[in-house]
Design a protein around this ligand. Structure first.
Ligand SMILES: Nc1ncnc2c1ncn2[C@@H]1O[C@H](COP(=O)(O)OP(=O)(O)OP(=O)(O)O)[C@@H](O)[C@H]1O
Ligand SMILES: [Mg+2]
Length: 218
């Protein structure tokens, strides 16, 4: 039985694909002895996962596949992996795919950024889609740039807390390394061991550990 983690928010550009790929990479590293540890499934018709994986090439640390077939999505738990991370489409017209993924997930991670523009789509995804299905979920703040100061971050935290949405303590900071990674064919476990490389990797590692602590990981 696999633990199925969906990464979902009906807004483009909040970091679903970035978080999916990098969480899978760090979990694979943590579970290194297990051959069939981690599978990444791309369900976005834009096939962003395929593109990323093709750039990484043979060095890709986890198994991956693309599908938006409801029959395939319904069977992900039966696969022989410890963890399955499912990237989902950000567009409203593909809501049926997202709904199928959430229905068959053990938990959902909802990325939000410190730009208030992302608050309403997150609200829609959580209140109209995830909550009615009764699947455990947590919000994760992505793309915070510490150089902008704490005000936006504090406002975002206040918004999430006022909604009473469960929230990851880990904030994923904005690093050029992450935005260049897909084009350069890298996942965060392969970043240079420079200060920023380790910080960018560290955020993803902390997020993966937090996912596990709440009992949703293994
Ligand atoms: N923490 C981060 N630091 C820097 N860049 C980031 C970070 N997270 C995401 N990005 C960049 O932001 C852009 C959007 O990220 P991503 O493609 O992961 O979002 P998405 O939610 O999957 O979007 P879509 O709904 O369009 O698939 C990408 O260029 C990505 O490299
Ligand atoms: Mg994406």
């Amino acid at each position: 039985m696999a633990k199925v983690h969906a990464i979902a928010c009906q807004k483009g550009g909040v970091g679903k694909t970035t978080i999916t790929v990098n969480l899978a990479a760090v979990l694979d590293q943590v579970l290194a002895k297990d051959d069939a540890a981690v599978l990444v499934v791309g369900t976005d018709p834009q096939r962003s996962m395929d593109w990323w994986a093709s750039r990484v090439g043979d060095d890709i640390p986890f198994a991956y596949t693309e599908t938006s077939s409801p029959a395939d999505i319904a069977k992900l738990r039966d696969l022989d992996y410890a963890h399955v991370f499912v990237d989902t489409p950000g567009s409203l017209e593909n809501e049926h795919i997202l709904r199928t993924v959430v229905e068959h997930a053990d938990d959902v991670l909802v990325p939000i950024t410190t730009e208030p523009l992302t608050f309403v789509p997150a609200d829609t995804t959580i209140e109209t889609l995830i909550k009615p299905l009764g699947v455990p979920y947590r919000v994760v703040i992505n793309l915070w740039d510490p150089r902008d100061g704490r005000a936006d971050l504090d406002d975002t935290i206040a918004f999430i807390d006022q909604k009473r949405w469960p929230r990851m303590n880990t904030v994923v900071r904005r690093y050029k390394l992450h935005s260049r990674a897909a084009a350069e064919g890298l996942v965060c476990t392969q970043y240079a061991k420079s200060r920023v490389g380790l910080e960018a990797y560290g955020d993803m590692m902390r997020l993966a550990l937090e996912l596990g602590e709440a009992g949703v990981g293994r």
